[in-house]
Design a protein around this ligand. Structure first.
Ligand SMILES: Cc1cc2nc3c(=O)[nH]c(=O)nc-3n(C[C@H](O)[C@H](O)[C@H](O)COP(=O)(O)O)c2cc1C
Length: 285
């Protein structure tokens, strides 16, 4: 069995938009066992930064494109993950993510991925009527599986079906990564039932959750993110988005977020937090 590239059992869940290179690097420094990119199309025109050596999550069905893409980035990643869970409209349009239900196509894709790399391969999928068929295919081509036990129609709301995830764990010898509603209070329980766990929403604007759950202490804030964002030339749109994320859970955060939304320059964001919210530690000054 191929060794999984996890430094510990608590991983950063793949999150489109949220998991930019700066955020992933902070989560890694804070102690995430592995970072994941958000879903990525082999046809993307955006520059892909992989300095954190993440799991790169594929979102595609065309095997030729997948092969070419893996060849291009294989050295820079720790692992390849295939997305079978995305519930969004653009996934429906393309027949990707949770809308990809054709088991023959799923098998063809996983076979292609496995044949294109020596790195570990995983899939991330949801609760559905084909979950158990997916496991059978995964056992031929994957080194671990990840279950987010919500249905496609639930999206990200409602309860995740933990009992369903436990059945998945019982059905397979592959290591199982669990994703869904993990927080600082419940993570130990999930670590007993599953091999690895992922933190998604609770890590947004809060990379320090990884040090906390690993009994360490880090104090990364928006300013640390910003330094990395500048290094990697991230767009102002992304700076605004992460400024709002890092303000969550802080004093006056709703008011602050509304103001950030109106900012047109980085200076405006800085002034806003420095002047209007004097003792506010969000920028780290
Ligand atoms: C903003 C956002 C973006 C997401 N993007 C992806 C993605 O690109 N690929 C993926 O497999 N899951 C994606 N997810 C799902 C998460 O990886 C995770 O499975 C889900 O949020 C449940 O975990 P949580 O309760 O810890 O957030 C996304 C979730 C959120 C909130």
């Amino acid at each position: 069995m191929k060794k999984l590239p996890f430094k510990n059992k608590i991983l950063l869940a793949p999150m489109e938009e949220v998991n930019d290179i700066a955020f992933r690097l902070l989560c890694k420094k804070a102690g995430a066992g592995l970072t994941y990119t958000g879903l990525t199309s082999p046809l993307t025109k955006q520059k892909i930064e992989l300095q954190d050596k993440p799991a790169l999550q594929l979102f595609a069905t065309n095997t030729k494109e997948i092969k070419k893409f893996i060849k291009k980035y294989d050295k820079q990643v720790s692992m390849w993950d295939f997305n079978l869970g995305c519930p969004a409209k653009n996934a429906r349009k393309k027949g990707f993510g949770s809308f990809l239900k054709d088991l023959k196509i799923i098998e063809k894709i996983l076979k292609t991925i496995k044949e294109s790399t020596k790195k570990p391969v995983t899939i991330k999928f949801r609760k559905s009527n084909i979950s158990f068929e997916i496991i059978k295919i995964a056992e031929k081509y994957c080194n671990a599986i990840c279950i987010h036990p919500r249905t496609q129609s639930q999206g990200y709301s409602g309860k995740s079906d933990i009992e369903f995830a436990k059945k998945i764990k019982q059905q397979t010898k592959l290591p199982v990564i669990y994703s869904g509603d993990i927080d600082e209070k419940n993570y130990k329980k999930f670590l007993k039932d599953f091999d690895y766990i992922m933190i998604g929403r609770k890590a947004i604007g809060n990379p320090n959750i990884f040090s906390k759950l690993n009994n360490k202490k880090t104090n990364y804030n928006f300013n640390d993110w910003l330094k990395l964002a500048k290094k990697y030339n991230l767009h102002f749109r992304q700076i605004k988005f992460q400024a709002m994320n890092f303000s969550k859970g802080k004093r006056n955060s709703r008011k602050l977020r509304n103001k950030i939304a109106q900012c047109k320059t980085l200076k405006e964001i800085k002034n806003l937090t420095l002047i209007k919210f004097k003792n506010y530690k969000f920028l780290g000054y």
